[in-house]
Design a protein around this ligand. Structure first.
Ligand code: RP5
Length: 175
């Protein structure tokens, strides 16, 4: 019979376990939502800019040191030619969650969605919906909750709150 692994990634200290990165300061408005969600779940995170085109060496350094520094998941946001998540995924085996950002390009974010979705076999980026940094954070929490009972419980409560919200409206519509 197999046993559950120990709670090895319990975010009990202040060491960040999630890295939130983005290509530009213009992405902050969207990516700050991921930070808010992680704060709600009391998951320690770091948030910074890493531009694949303007600071390419910083990208390599960030991705190559991520696991050693204690990160367990990376959330990477970018707009336009959004190479950040894919290139970070190339330099680390940590799971990378991509947030395509509608950077007000003429093709309304489709460019960034495709940049993240169309990864070659073997180097995946888990891509969420356009501008949906909240879902990226929830997915990161779900990954961490695999080995963390407190987070698993918090996710159950979060889902219950979502259900309750729907059911309140269902009840109101019945009236
Ligand atoms: C990408 O280019 C960034 O992620 C951003 O979404 C987009 C536009 O960047 P800025 O020109 O606004 O700095 O690299």
């Amino acid at each position: 019979m197999t046993t559950l692994p120990p709670d090895h990634n319990a975010p009990d200290a202040s060491t960040p376990v999630v890295g939130i990165i983005m290509g530009s300061q213009s992405d902050l408005r969207v990516m700050n939502v991921a930070a808010e969600v992680l704060r709600q779940f009391q998951v320690p995170f770091e948030i910074t800019l890493v531009s694949p085109h303007r600071t390419p060496h910083r990208l390599v350094e960030y991705a190559e040191s991520a696991r050693k520094r204690g990160l367990r998941v990376v959330i990477a946001g970018g707009g336009g030619a959004a190479h950040l998540p894919g290139m970070v995924a190339a330099f680390t085996t940590l799971p990378v969650i991509g947030v395509p950002i509608n950077a007000a390009t003429s093709i309304a974010g489709l460019d960034s969605v495709l940049s993240m979705l169309q990864m070659p076999a073997g180097v995946p980026v888990a891509t969420v919906a356009l501008d949906n940094a909240a879902n990226a954070a929830i997915l990161a929490v779900q990954m961490l909750a695999i080995g963390n009972a407190r987070l698993a419980d918090a996710l159950e409560k979060y889902r219950a709150a979502l259900r309750d919200k729907v059911m309140r409206t269902v009840d109101e519509l019945r009236k």
